[in-house]
Design a protein around this ligand. Sequence first.
Ligand SMILES: [Ca+2]
Ligand SMILES: [Ca+2]
Ligand SMILES: [Ca+2]
Length: 208
Amino acid sequence: MNTQLGIALVLGAGVAAANGNVVDFENAPGSGNPQYQNVSYLDSSGFEFIGEHFHTMDNFAIANGLAENGSRVYIGHEGGNLGRAITMTKTGGGTFSVYSLDAAETWIGDNTTYPNAWGVSVTGYFDGGGSINAVLQLDGLLDGAGGIADFETFNLTGFTNLIAFEFNGVEATGAPNRAFGVDNINTVPAPGAMALLGLGGLMMRRRR
Ligand SMILES: [Ca+2]
Ligand SMILES: [Ca+2]
Ligand SMILES: [Ca+2]
């Protein structure tokens, strides 16, 4: 193992431990952007991902380069006639919530065959039936490693008690299967929200 990779792995493990159950894909098997076609990708965090065509992306030196966020791996697809929606479920079943995620376009520069997403459409399917949808508009900015932040963090509200969470790159018109990447899917409330909940509990106790 080279030193750089060793440091990256240690850093990755530290981030995962600090953030609780954040799906960061850092332990994704394989390399060279392995693709999954109707085959589940099982994440070590206890979630699995399935779709007709997507990748865990870890080689960003393709075409003019791909979006990067300083981590080793994220999930997404190249869009065009290949990319399809990705569905996340809890391995072995069960409910979960999604509080935030990071999302980006894929390609640096124009790619007419596989156009970048205008946004990322996310849909949560509730345990009791029904669903919730949001379209996260991307900033259209990316320059690869360093420089500007290619990925943006989007907070989600109401994506709780889900049995499935689906996401896909879209055009402004809503047309699906545009190139995008997603990382750091946060399935636990942010520390701020937890602190507020804790404070609420403390105040309720004091009132009694
Ligand atoms: Ca990652
Ligand atoms: Ca950048
Ligand atoms: Ca961006």
